[in-house]
Design a binder for this molecule. Structure first.
Ligand code: PAF
Length: 311
């Protein structure tokens, strides 16, 4: 399969298996991009990356499925945008071979499953603290979709960094044999992370929402001086921001262990230490999340220079 034409649309497990059979029998690799639809340029980047990873002989499968299991609020599930025709056009443009768009009954034929994935303690913090049960729903559907698509590689966006971390953990802990690739967040010109939720922002909120990236960038810029300095810089930006109702701001290591209470560089396990700064906030009625990588103890440029010097 090589992409570039209209992707096959599979609505059932049987249709998906049929369309992937030739790829499997010819030894092509399958790359999978799970989505809930409402595809934007951020998703387009994931599909492009998936194509690059498996090459022209592989198959790129995009799923479009709004998973009821991961919504704790019925109104949120109800208002989640469903735009299948536009999604198909994005998938065609970006070289996907198959769009798997099943109905809820096809994924959960007997109603909600009795056996689900327990995501462990990492699901109780950050997003999980505000959205109980969310990551159990996410990991359960991702495990099911992995079972149906049987991908060699799966591509997830770094924007949902906690989701990406938990999917990696599930794949490792349950030996699922899927290579998980994280794709950098795509941003609008003012830094706002691309998200299907952005369409709920009115013009004023849209402008206010750009503050989230400034908050993260301030933290990353001050990270060389340690966690307290990074947090102080972020909080200073937050004080300047209008209309941003903060849920959390955290500095963690790359595995999401909280470093917020780390008082000095001496308390870090190593210096420099690669980490993450994460934020969640409500702008109007829309809850937005974002994150950036940071390097604690030295500047990102120093780390890059050292690595380049090493090679
Ligand atoms: O990131 C998403 O869109 C969803 O959480 C996912 C991974 C498709 C599972 O429903």
């Amino acid at each position: 399969m090589s992409g570039g034409t209209t992707p096959a649309l599979a609505a059932t497990r049987a249709a998906l298996a049929e369309v992937l059979a030739p790829v499997r029998s010819s030894g092509g690799r399958v790359a999978f991009v799970p989505t809930m639809g409402a595809l934007h340029d951020g998703h387009a980047g994931l599909v492009r990356l998936a194509r690059e990873v498996v090459g022209p002989d592989g198959a790129v499968v995009v799923s479009v499925f709004v998973n009821p299991l991961q919504f704790d609020d019925a109104a949120d599930l109800e208002r989640y945008p469903r735009t299948l025709d536009a999604d198909l056009a994005v998938c065609a443009r970006e070289g996907a071979d198959v769009v798997f768009a099943p109905a809820v009954d096809e994924v959960y034929p007997g109603g909600p499953p009795q056996v689900t994935v327990h995501p462990g303690p990492l699901a109780d913090v950050l997003e999980g603290a505000s959205r109980p049960g969310h990551f159990a729903g996410v990991l359960t559907v991702v495990a099911k979709l992995f079972g149906l698509v049987r991908p060699d590689v799966a591509v997830f966006g770094e924007k949902d960094y906690q989701q990406l971390t938990l999917v990696r953990r599930m794949v490792a802990d349950l030996c699922l044999g899927v290579e998980v690739v994280g794709a950098p967040t795509r941003r609008e010109a003012d830094g706002l992370a691309m998200s299907s939720r952005n369409r709920h922002l009115d013009a004023v909120e849209r402008e206010q929402a750009a503050a989230l990236h400034r908050v993260l960038a301030a933290a990353a810029g001050a990270a060389s001086q340690g966690v307290p300095a990074a947090l102080a810089a972020a909080r200073a930006e937050l004080r300047e921001a209008h209309g941003v109702d903060l849920d959390y701001l955290a500095v963690t290591d790359v595995g999401l262990a909280d470093l917020t209470a780390t008082a000095s560089l001496d308390e870090l396990p190593t210096v420099p230490l690669e980490g993450r700064v994460l934020v969640a906030a409500r702008v109007g009625t829309t809850r937005l999340i974002d994150n950036l990588p940071l390097v604690l103890g030295t500047t990102a440029a120093d780390v890059r220079t050292t690595r380049e010097g090493d090679s």
